[in-house]
Design a protein around this ligand. Sequence first.
Ligand SMILES: Nc1ncnc2c1ncn2[C@@H]1O[C@H](COP(=O)(O)OP(=O)(O)OP(=O)(O)O)[C@@H](O)[C@H]1O
Ligand SMILES: [Mg+2]
Length: 276
Amino acid sequence: MVHLIGSHIDITERKQAEAELMQHRQHLEEQVALRTAELSSARDAAESANKAKSEFLASMSHELRTPLNAILGYSQLMGTDPSLSENIQDQAHEIEHAGKHLLLLVNDMIDLARIEAGKLDLTIETVSAKSVISASLGMVTSMAEKQGILLINECRLGHDESVSADPNRLTQVIINLLTNAIKYNRPQGTVRLTCTTCDDKLRISVTDTGSGIPAEKQERIFNAFDRLGRENGAVEGTGIGLIITKRIVEAMSGTIGFESTLNQGSTFWVELCLSN
Ligand SMILES: Nc1ncnc2c1ncn2[C@@H]1O[C@H](COP(=O)(O)OP(=O)(O)OP(=O)(O)O)[C@@H](O)[C@H]1O
Ligand SMILES: [Mg+2]
């Protein structure tokens, strides 16, 4: 004789819960797929808008450079033409001066457009840091003199201390930092350039005695076209020097940073790999 003992459990609720869970999961998966598709099409749209913007900027800048060179050429000729009155020659010098300023601006815009489009061409070589630093200082000497700023070169490197960098771009980087240190200095201030080596890195620092950068504005310093409230001030600028500098330094596998104390001054530094 066989005895059967059984128990009876009603699993309707469990089945229902499982079905609901399944439904939720399916819904969630659909939502994730939908959001992913939305994000990817938003990213594609942003990428193509960015590409179009960069191409527009690059071609516009190119279109601007050609007539600008003609303006510069003719104003230079007129400024030195003895058959013209002194007054006209002076006016031609003004045109030349403004034209040169505009050309610098256009060149910066081309650089930024190229960088943002990922088309910055670099030729990385073994470069003597000392020579690049001397050349860069030489290029800002007259600007510093005009503004009554004392330039001090405290770089004690030998000629054989080299870094891996694109020499022209490294010169541009140092000039940008020196130019800012001169522009945003106080009257009769100083700009000091120092070099230190640590392990396989060389740090080039530019220290000024200017008004410094307020703590609450410091995070905006590398934003394009942000002049940290100096837009209407007496010092001219576009607000793209530092972002260009940062991108170039990073493209050379280097780093850039700064420290600033209000009313005392700032130190901007770049660090590159020594290539000895
Ligand atoms: N050494 C400095 N001391 C104080 N403020 C500085 C210094 N360097 C940069 N800044 C601030 O950061 C802003 C951005 O600097 P950045 O070099 O990018 O642009 P800019 O000098 O205004 O114009 P440009 O594009 O001609 O270089 C400046 O407008 C200025 O307010
Ligand atoms: Mg600048």
